[in-house]
Design a protein around this ligand. Structure first.
Ligand SMILES: [Zn+2]
Length: 421
């Protein structure tokens, strides 16, 4: 994907272009309180390549204040936030030295009621209403929780620590490495993640039950539910274990993380979200009750679980550079989820349903407001608009046509090469 037509630039530049197009103020800023001091590593002058004279209007200085080498603590002179463009501008008085630096920012997020960012969901425990903390960062709401370069191509490792009430379960992308109890709260330390995009980071805190199984190579797979509902997670668990084994073989790469948790959230804006190692679902897309649920629910659970687990490779391990290629991410995951469902439940004849379900994309495509599957995205406000049936359904139909044209074997080899690259 990274080799395809690249158009990602910095969020600030994109935002400013969009502001100009709408005739608004360009990068309107406001002053905010100063955060903690930034601490930049000041490298030794002898180890640095000499900059070309033409790239500097005044020669840079490499000298650190006496006694601070190899670190210099640099304080910003001004911190402003461009609200419309959702960017923070940190201005220093001097040119920052070349080399690695650590930017330290003290910040506060809000547990909001917007069903995006870091938000509150309500559930029942023994007839009592309880709050749960949940995250939904895709496409660009990680910045509501913590400051970050919140674009898919800016990957980083995440080491998360949570302080939560003792009786709650705290989950994140990676397994817990240590818990320390301090009176009514406990501090939970999670293992450092591999490099990943910010939109895939997740944190959940609440009271849950779970069912667990393991893949043949020892990966723990759990389905978390509200207390007392774990039996309804068994079908999804069974599908998830089989899917991880199938996709390891199909993509020719093992599942990249040490565990896979899937959790049903009572208040959830979309069907499901493929957070790396901690997939969140609307309850109806994960839970299945043998006695009361309809056959269509069973099929939906199987297809949605396979879709989200496909993203662990196609989307999470290999990520689109910018949202312009969302259709490839979603179209492929949609297509391959039918491939998995057909493998596990051939009696369902899901490919016949695939055709019927593709028409939701074509119906939208017939309207004047249609768009190509690949869309230029110029501002963060425009991303949500393309999470539609054209990206998912028409995108999946194009992938299926491509696979039919190339042949299943060649198509699979090409996909594996793209992941390997
Ligand atoms: Zn998806």
């Amino acid at each position: 994907w990274r080799r395809s037509r690249a158009r990602s630039t910095s969020g600030g530049r994109r935002g400013c272009r969009a502001s100009r197009r709408r005739g608004g103020t360009i990068c309107a800023s406001r002053r905010t309180s100063l955060p903690a001091p930034s601490r930049a590593r000041c490298p030794s002058p002898s180890t640095l390549p000499r900059p070309r004279a033409s790239s500097w209007s005044t020669p840079p200085t490499w000298t650190c204040p006496p006694g601070t080498w190899p670190y210099a603590v640099l304080l910003p002179v001004e911190v402003t936030s461009a609200l419309e463009d959702e960017i923070l501008i940190i201005r220093f008085n001097e040119v920052l030295p070349l080399g690695e630096g650590t930017l330290v920012i003290a910040f506060q997020g809000t547990l909001n009621d917007k069903m995006k960012g870091f938000y509150r969901s309500v559930y029942e425990l023994n007839g009592e209403k309880k709050n749960m903390a949940v995250t939904q960062f895709e496409p660009a709401d990680a910045r509501r929780c913590f400051p970050c370069w919140d674009e898919p191509s800016f990957k980083a490792v995440f080491k998360i620590t949570l302080e939560v009430p003792c009786e709650t379960v705290a989950l994140s992308n990676m397994p817990v490495v240590e818990e320390k109890v301090n009176g009514p709260t406990k501090t939970v330390y999670f293992q450092e993640s591999p490099i990943m995009s910010t939109y895939l980071v997740a944190v959940i805190v609440g009271m849950f039950d779970y069912v667990e199984a393991f893949t043949a190579d020892g990966t723990s797979v759990r389905v978390y539910t509200q207390v007392g509902k774990s039996a309804q997670g068994k079908f999804a668990l069974e599908v998830a274990v089989k899917t991880l084994i199938l996709f390891k073989e199909y993509f020719a790469v093992p599942y990249p993380l040490p565990k896979m948790d899937m959790i049903a959230i009572p208040d959830f804006a979309s069907g499901a979200m493929e957070n790396y190692g901690l997939v969140t679902y609307r309850e109806t897309a994960l839970l299945f009750d043998e006695r009361h649920s309809a056959a269509a629910n069973k099929q939906r659970v199987a297809v949605v679980v396979a879709h989200e687990l496909a993203h662990q490779w196609f989307g999470n391990l290999v990520t689109m550079e910018w949202w312009t290629h969302l259709w490839l991410n979603e179209g492929f995951a949609t297509w391959v989820s039918y491939l998995a469902a057909d493998r596990f439940f051939p009696e369902w004849n899901v490919w016949i349903q695939f055709l019927e379900e593709s028409t939701t994309g074509f119906r939208l495509d017939a309207l004047a407001g249609s768009h190509p599957i690949e869309v230029d995205v110029n501002h963060v406000d425009e991303i949500d608009e393309i999470f539609d049936a054209i990206s998912y359904r028409k995108g999946a139909a194009v992938i299926r046509m491509l696979q039919s044209y190339l042949g299943a074997e060649i198509f699979q080899i090409c996909g594996n090469l793209s992941i390997e690259n």
